[in-house]
Each structure stands twice: as structure tokens, then as C-alpha cells.
Design a protein around this ligand. Structure first.
Ligand code: DGJ
Length: 746
């Protein structure tokens, strides 16, 4: 890992994890992007100057030359209005009404580590100064009196660059940011496929991949949340690239609100990819002397296909994102009462669930929606965060004591960002929600969104949440958010700053989360937004795991978890075994399939355990023993995708321990096929030189020892199994053998 700067102080190369990223401050003042790809030796003279040539209808910014148009120059942070007609990275409206800007190189700094800046935004945090290096390049527009600092951080061994930009108003008048993306990269060709994660409520993060064509292609959110419908992620992929081969350029935004992630192919077949806050719903006034900082974008390059891309994201996020205390802490197995009882519970029912759960080996009981105010259904009471004594006569602390006495942790659901129209809070503070003058307020799930851009409302949340958490009764919080924003306006802002509301909301939410997670570091937070509607690195910074989807059906989860794994590690996904017929799709899948799919992530249950048959209880007990045995491997091992359920009638994946001594392979089929193909799973991530004892899981729950197989054969020949029923499952455990152990080797 290293940041190389040439003797003139104008050429920069970031080398890490086998890749290089090359920038040059040209003599003309512009900051050119020359290269991002497999590592090359850092030497002066690497450039793509041949792109600079006279082109019709591409005006030249240097009036005495006809070969210097910004329209053809690959740039680090492209401006608007000086001849580059492609997607700008930023736009600033100045006091005189002009939105034309022109940034020139003014200097650079090289910093050890990743200096933690009090930005109020979620971010990757290096554990020590030896883990990371940062390059800061300063650009200045003397006319607009604007300074922009571009931040680039690289981390040891990981082919990634973390970027952000800070705008400073150096003039005497206010300026308005109308666009401030976090990163933009110009690639010299356009022959790519663009890959994104898309979906809907209950169908989050399915993979879509199509050829990149002329013009702009983008995925974005305007919903006030990163959303179920889109994820702040984009990759340009070499056509035909697989899990193991091909070049991949990926971007992921550390942000949970409105975003834009797009690529534009221009007239000369080059591609510009960019990511950041969605400009269509954003504006920010910067007063003289003040600054604005963008969220961070994580840029990953892989020359070994999508698998390597995911491995880089997973390692980055496991090491550098999220509360320090939880990064290596094993996550508990929970029972969540939502699908078990919905709103119809009382203390006796919860204790009954807890008693059975504890006996089965569950570690935490999470009490979901319905414990407060008059919350008998989803039409009322959000905002009235006092315990409902009819349901819970001993209060939360009394209930928690009884649950703790069973040896279980106690988790609690909250939805602090919302208010029901039918609530005491709304009657008292009808002006506390997002709204615009003279228009009615659209409702979603009978609720409105509290205006978290206002500090006093954030403080109110911190106040009541702190009271609950300070009792020490709660070990786990599930933080939900069940509608998207409409009429986005704030009573706390003047008319000319209304367009700042959406981003100010996010900053307000982040402040609340920062305060609570810092004050109560022992509490494990799970994010949720009607399932996985806010599954993004922004949320994972505060809440290291997210309820992946409200669709708990094992077959639906194959695609959802597979797609999610493209960017996010399995430890960040919560997955629960639920009842059959499944509550979302009505499907009946066997306990084994439900178990193995949920065990492929941070595990739990979401059903009435008191109604399980004796045989089912036995299965659950065995699943829990199994998960405890493999938990470290699943939560902290490397993850490899083997079969894609978007294309196949099955999904398969595997986990490998960091020392490659231990691996778990899981394969789940959908429907049985007559005369179907026999799939061979070519394993990955093993040590080719070592031998592994292969043990196969059988439906009866037993593990059966098979042969000892070489790591090379497991990766080249693979494993297979025949099956004859719908929803069949296979699982293998591989344990590397010590050199002196005997046994037959295939
Ligand atoms: C949506 C969540 O995704 C569910 O798990 C549950 O917590 C409900 N909200 C409760 O209202």
C-alpha cells in the first residue's frame, strides 16, 4: 500500500490490494484522471494525453489552443459550464447567478491513516495509522472563490479507494451547491455491462445486469431513504465477467438517503461513472467561510470478477465500518415475536415464548412492534413511547428482568422517526412532521415522518430512548422505518433553504444514532426499514446488522441474500426461520431449507416456538447447535457465491475461515426437476495444497464423514449431490487435516 507522488508534486498514484489509481495535475491546472486498474509500477509519464485532440463541437477552454477541451479530458472531479457536456460532479450557483465553475489544482497533502473528521456523516474508520493513508488534493476556483478538497483514502491490502469532497466558500457572498457528488471516474472505454441492485418491498436487492449503452444509465432514490427499490451501488463489469474472472469497477455510497449512482457513455465511447447525493432533490447554501462535506463513496476495483469485488467490500466493511465493539463480537441468535404474534401479545405470551426459546438455545428475545401506547394495530400510537401496561403490567424493566432470568438477552423494537396521526404526540405537536405549507400530508401506513432536520426533535428522541436504555434492561434495539417521504419540507428552515431538508434530515438522524450508539455501546442495534429498505453502509456504520427483508420465505431469501452479498457481508444480514405456510408468499418449505438459508447470515427465528411439534423443536435445537458451531465461520469468514439463483434453479455459497482451515458449503434447490442437470460446485478460497476432511450433513440432522479430498480437487472437480424433492438442501463441512493425519485422499 502506498501513495506515490512524483518529484514535481503533480503526479499521484494510489497503490493498494493489487490495483493502482492515477491522477495528474496538468500544467493547465486541471486535475486529470489517467488510470484505475491492475497495479502498475509508479513512474512518471503514465497518461492518456492522446485523448486530447481537436473535436468538433467540443469547445476549447484554453482559447489559444484547439486541442484542449474539457469534453474529452478524463477528470477527477468534473465541473460544469466550460465545455464538458458530460455528467458534472458538482454545480455551484454563485451570487451573480452563474453556475459556471472551473477548478484548478492548488496543492496536496499526504496523511498517515484516515484522520477521523467530525463530519456528522457515517464513514469508514481506520483502526490505526498503519492501516490507511490519505491523499488530499486542493482545487480552487478563483472566480467563484470556491475551494474544493478531494479526499482519497486507501487501506492495507484492499483494492479500494474511499473518496469524498469538501466545499469551502472563500468569498464574501453565499453560494448554493446544487450538486455535490462524492466521486466521479472517467473510464477510457464504454464496453461494459452495468450492474445494480434493484427490487421492491419484500423483494430487495435482486441483481440486474445489462449492457451499457449510449447516454445516461442510472439507479437512484428520491424516497428519502436508500430504499428497497434501489441500493446506492453501481458496478461496471467487463462483458461476460463471472464470479472469478473479468474486470469490475464498483461504487457504493456511505449514505442512507436520496442518492444517484450512474454511468454515462459519451459520443467518443468513454464512460463516466459517478455516485453521490441525488442532485435532483438537493441544494445547500454555503455561507462565507463555511463548508459542506459529501458522504463517502467506496470505490472497488477487481480484476478477478465479482467474487473478488465482494470480498473487498466485505473485508473493508468488517474491518473498518460499524461500532468498534461489535466488529468482532459474535451476534446472538434471536427469537423475534413479530410473525409469532404481530400485535396480539401480552407479558404471559412473551414469557411463554421466552421459556421455550431459552430451552431451544436461543440467546435473545426481541419484542417487536406493539408494546407502547395504544398500539393495537398499525393505525395508531407511533410517537407515544410509554409502555402499554395492559399488555405489559410490569413494564419494560419488569419484562426484561423476567426474560433475563431465563438466560436470554432482551431486545426492543422502536420506530423513532415516525408519528401516527392517531397519537398523543401528533395531537400535541402537529408541526413536528415533514410538511409543506397549504398542502395536505400524504400518509404511509397511517403515519407521518418526524422532521429530524430539527435539532429539538432529534433531542426528544435521544431523551426518551436514553431513558429506556439507561435502565440497562435492553440489550438490543431493532430500529425500524416504515414509510418513505412526501411533502419534504421543514418548519425549521426558511423558504430559500427548504431544498436542504432531505439531507438535513439524514444529518439529524445520524446525530441521533451517533449519540445513542456512543452512549450505550453495549447495546447491539439492528437496522430495519420495512425489511431491507435502508440496507446501506451509512446505516451499518451505526447499526452493524439489518433485517434483510420482510419476506422471510426461504426461496425468496435465496435471491435477496445472494444479491445483498454482492456488497454487504453475511454478518450484516439478519435472517430468520419463519413459519409455514410462509406469511408473505404462502409457500411451504421444509425446516431444513429454512434453517440453512437463515443460517447463511446472522441467524434467528420469527415464529411461535410454542406451537412447534416435538419433531420441529428437535430440528430447531439441532439448528441452533449447528449455528453456534459455525457462527464464527459464517459471521467472520470469507464468503463465496457458487450458484446464482437468478439464473439457476438453486443457490449455493460457502464460507471459509481466515486461515482456510475450515469451510462450510451450503446448497439449496428450488423445485425438483425430472432429468435435471447435475450441478458440480467448484469450491473456492481453499488451500490447494492442503487436504480436507469432507463431512456431509444429512436430512436426519446427522453429519456423515466422507473422504479426505485435496483442496485443489475440491476447487477443480468440486462436490455434487443428487436430490429428488422440492427445496432439497445439501451442506458440507470441510476441515483441513494436519500433515501427519492419515486417511484416503481422492
Ligand atoms: C416492518 C419490519 O420489517 C417488521 O419486521 C416488523 O418490525 C414491522 N415493521 C413492525 O411494524
Amino acid at each position: 500500500m502506498g501513495i506515490w507522488v512524483d518529484a514535481s508534486g503533480r503526479q499521484f498514484q494510489l497503490d493498494t490490494g493489487g490495483s493502482s489509481y492515477r491522477i495528474e495535475a496538468l500544467a493547465e491546472g486541471y486535475l486529470a484522471h489517467w488510470y484505475w486498474g491492475p497495479q502498475v509500477r509508479a513512474r512518471p509519464g503514465l497518461d492518456r494525453r492522446t485523448l486530447l485532440r481537436h473535436r468538433a463541437f467540443s469547445p476549447n477552454v484554453m482559447v489559444d489552443r484547439d486541442d484542449f477541451s474539457l469534453d474529452v479530458l478524463p477528470q477527477e472531479y468534473p465541473s460544469w459550464g466550460r465545455g464538458d457536456y458530460r455528467l458534472p460532479a458538482y454545480q455551484v450557483r454563485q451570487a451573480n447567478g452563474s453556475a459556471v465553475t472551473d477548478l484548478h489544482f492548488a496543492g496536496y497533502r499526504r496523511l498517515q491513516g484516515k484522520p477521523y473528521a467530525q463530519t456528522g456523516l457515517p464513514q469508514l474508520v481506520a483502526s490505526s495509522d498503519h492501516d490507511a493513508e490519505t491523499l488530499v488534493i486542493t482545487l480552487v476556483d478563483a472566480v467563484a472563490q470556491l475551494e474544493v478538497e478531494l479526499f482519497y483514502t486507501i487501506f492495507t491490502e484492499l483494492s479500494a479507494v474511499v473518496r469524498s469532497a469538501r466545499f469551502r466558500n472563500r468569498g464574501g457572498d453565499s453560494i448554493h451547491l446544487e450538486r455535490a457528488l462524492s466521486a466521479s471516474v472517467d473510464l477510457p472505454s464504454a464496453n461494459w455491462e452495468w450492474l445494480r441492485l434493484t427490487g421492491a418491498w419484500g423483494r430487495e436487492r435482486h441483481i440486474a445486469r445489462t449492457p451499457l449503452g449510449a447516454g445516461l444509465q442510472a439507479i437512484s432514490s428520491r424516497r428519502g431513504a436508500s430504499s428497497h427499490q434501489a441500493n446506492p451501488f453501481l458496478a461496471l463489469v467487463e462483458p461476460g465477467a463471472t464470479e472469478t474472472q473479468g474486470w469490475v469497477y464498483a461504487m457504493n455510497l456511505v449514505y442512507s438517503g436520496n442518492f444517484f449512482a450512474g454511468a454515462e457513455v459519451d459520443q467518443f465511447d468513454t464512460a463516466r461513472m459517478a455516485i453521490g447525493i441525488n442532485p435532483s432533490l438537493f441544494q445547500w447554501q454555503i455561507l462565507p467561510g463555511e463548508h459542506f462535506i459529501t458522504p463517502e463513496a467506496v470505490l472497488v476495483f477487481s480484476d478477478q470478477g465479482l467474487g473478488k469485488m465482494s470480498e473487498t467490500f466485505h473485508r473493508l466493511y468488517r474491518r473498518y465500518l460499524g461500532p468498534e465493539a461489535t466488529r468482532t463480537r459474535e451476534r446472538p441468535i434471536v427469537l423475534n415475536n413479530w410473525e409469532a404474534t404481530y400485535f396480539a401479545f401480552d407479558e404471559a405470551k412473551l414469557l411463554e415464548l421466552a421459556t421455550v426459546a431459552a430451552d431451544l438455545g436461543v440467546e435473545t428475545l426481541v419484542l417487536d412492534d406493539g408494546w407502547f401506547g395504544d398500539r393495537r394495530d398499525d393505525r395508531r400510537a407511533l410517537g407515544d413511547w410509554t409502555v402499554n401496561r395492559e399488555k405489559l403490567p410490569h413494564g419494560l424493566t419488569g419484562l426484561a428482568e423476567r426474560i433475563h432470568a431465563q438466560g436470554l438477552g432482551f431486545g426492543l423494537w422502536v420506530e423513532p422517526e415516525m408519528v401516527s396521526v392517531e397519537s398523543a404526540l401528533y395531537r400535541q405537536h402537529p408541526d413536528w412532521c415533514l410538511a409543506v405549507p397549504d398542502r395536505s400530508r400524504s400518509e404511509g401506513r397511517h403515519q407521518l415522518v418526524l422532521d429530524l432536520s430539527r435539532v429539538e426533535i432529534g433531542d426528544w428522541i435521544i431523551g426518551w430512548m436514553s431513558e429506556i436504555l439507561a435502565t440497562g434492561a435492553v440489550d438490543y434495539i431493532k430500529w425500524d422505518m416504515n414509510r418513505h417521504m412526501t411533502e419534504v419540507g421543514s418548519a425549521g428552515l426558511p423558504p430559500d433553504r427548504q431544498a436542504e431538508t432531505a439531507h438535513r434530515y439524514m444529518l439529524g438522524l445520524y446525530r441521533v444514532l451517533d449519540t445513542l450508539t456512543t452512549k450505550f455501546p453495549h447495546v447491539l442495534f439492528e437496522g430495519c426499514s420495512g425489511g431491507g429498505g435502508r440496507f446501506d453502509p451509512g446505516m451499518l456504520y451505526y447499526m452493524p446488522q439489518t433485517w434483510t427483508s420482510d419476506d422471510s420465505d426461504a426461496m425468496e431469501r435465496l435471491t435477496i441474500q445472494y444479491g445483498t452479498s454482492l456488497v454487504y457481508p453475511p454478518v450484516a444480514m439478519t435472517a430468520h426461520v419463519s413459519a409455514v405456510p410462509n406469511h408473505q408468499v404462502g409457500r411451504r418449505t421444509p425446516m431444513a431449507a429454512r434453517g440453512w438459508v437463515a443460517m447463511s447470515a446472522t441467524f434467528g427465528y420469527e415464529l411461535d416456538v410454542t406451537r412447534l411439534t416435538a419433531e420441529e423443536r428437535d430440528q430447531v435445537r439441532r439448528q441452533i447447535v449447528q449455528y453456534k458451531r459455525f457462527r464464527r465461520l459464517v459471521q467472520f469468514g470469507d464468503f463465496y457465491r457458487l450458484l446464482d439463483p437468478h439464473r439457476e434453479n438453486a443457490a449455493a455459497w460457502m464460507f471459509v475461515s481466515p486461515d482456510r482451515g475450515d469451510a462450510l458449503v451450503i446448497w439449496v434447490n428450488r423445485l425438483a426437476e425430472p432429468a435435471g442437470p447435475v450441478h458440480w460446485l467448484l469450491l473456492r478460497g481453499l488451500d490447494a495444497a492442503r487436504d480436507y476432511q469432507v463431512t456431509q450433513w444429512s436430512d436426519g440432522g446427522e453429519w456423515q464423514s466422507l473422504s479426505v479430498v485435496g483442496g485443489d480437487a475440491l476447487m477443480a472437480v468440486g462436490l455434487s449431490r443428487s436430490y429428488r424433492s422440492d427445496f432439497a438442501v445439501a451442506a458440507w463441512h470441510l476441515a483441513a487435516r494436519q500433515p501427519d493425519e492419515g486417511g484416503s485422499v481422492r
